[in-house]
Design a binder for this molecule. Structure first.
Ligand code: ZN
Length: 354
């Protein structure tokens, strides 16, 4: 049973209100936030009223879910027998246009997570929120938070101002690699650009579905710019990306690399090989066919048992009841997804269970 006690690689603590962060802002920015009458920073990626944002049976009287460690434990940890869970706080710090304000809120969120969540439940770990507006300041925040071993990953959003592979972002990867931290790229956007490459959409459905092509663009950028070659110890985790797009994408990417690789000679192995070795994906939303035969066919096409990481994506509404794992996975593969793969991915989780 202990071996099947899963590690949840994507849960979302909800900041109950901006006032919860005020004690964690320094004096200047606390005064600014109060004087300006700043409202909540939550981006339109996850509006509270949207059904996907929180499952109905997990919402509290305010309409939000996951606002306390007790609620998260009762709804996301205990029903699954979860031994460890990684908190990814999505609060819009990366979307601010002021670099200084982005730094202030990233620091406040990380300190709030450490004091109000990690100190209160020993099963919780967290990703470091970083001000991607300025990669040097982001690296400083990684260095600051990495001193606490309960921070196990660096958190980025998939919708960025410039492609993630571009060289000015490399201080983030250098800092992550220096501390043995994977870089987790989560669905969501800083909204510097439309989510689609063809313009702004009308409907939330379009926005959410189009996160998957954004993940593909970022993965291609990381590969082509040479991040995997420059940082050989770095692992990238795609979170809330869906998984069913991966086989066709890898086939297409590898096919065109064969013809065009002379311009990116540092990509010395087939991209599909690099991705299978260096990239991991969280399990929910599992956008595969509902039948067991379809799931097992998809797993064959993905071509690796090492890539998927158990996740509930709590409190986002991706499944009903406790059905976080799809049918069609062998017991051995389930164990890899629930515990072995997360432990192999996150060095700091291995220390926690050893
Ligand atoms: Zn998520």
């Amino acid at each position: 049973m202990a071996a099947l006690s899963p590690i949840d690689c994507d849960v979302h603590p909800t900041v109950p209100a901006l006032s919860a962060l005020l004690p964690y802002l320094d004096d200047v920015w606390r005064d600014n936030a109060i004087r300006r009458g700043m409202d909540e920073l939550v981006t339109i990626s996850y509006p509270t009223t949207n059904p996907l944002t929180s499952r109905a049976d997990w919402r509290d009287a305010t309409g939000k879910a996951g606002t306390t460690p007790a609620a998260l434990a009762a709804q996301a940890l205990e029903p699954f027998g979860t031994q460890l869970a990684i908190c990814n706080c999505l609060y819009g710090a990366q979307a601010l246009f002021s670099e200084d304000l982005g730094v202030a809120f990233a620091r406040a969120i990380n300190d709030w997570i450490a004091r109000e969540w990690l100190d209160r439940d020993t099963r919780l770990r967290a990703s470091i929120v970083v001000p991607t507006q300025n990669p040097e300041r982001a690296a400083e925040e990684i260095d600051r938070c990495a001193a606490d071993p309960r921070f196990v990953q660096v958190l980025l959003l998939v919708g960025t101002e410039i492609p993630l592979g571009r060289r000015q972002n490399w201080p983030i990867y250098a800092a992550a690699e220096r501390h043995g931290l994977p870089v987790g790229i989560h669905a969501g956007s800083t909204y510097r650009h439309p989510v689609t490459p063809v313009g702004w959409t009308s409907y939330y459905t379009e926005d959410y579905v189009n996160q998957a092509p954004a993940f593909q663009s970022q993965l291609t950028s990381l590969l082509a710019e040479g991040v995997f070659a420059k940082f050989p110890a770095l692992t990238v985790v795609l979170m809330e990306s869906g998984v069913s797009w991966l086989p066709a994408y890898l086939w297409r990417l590898t096919k065109f690399w064969k013809g065009l690789r002379s311009e990116i000679p540092w990509v010395s192995d087939p991209p599909a090989t690099i991705v299978r070795e260096r990239v991991r994906l969280t399990m929910q939303p599992f956008d595969a066919p509902p039948d067991a035969a379809g799931v097992s066919r998809l797993m064959e096409h993905i071509g690796s048992d090492d890539m998927l990481l158990f996740a509930t994506d709590y409190p986002h509404w991706q499944f009903d009841g406790n059905a976080a794992m799809p049918d069609g996975l062998s017991p051995a593969l389930k164990q890899k997804i629930m515990t072995d793969n997360p432990l192999r991915t996150y060095a700091r989780l291995r220390e926690a269970v050893s």
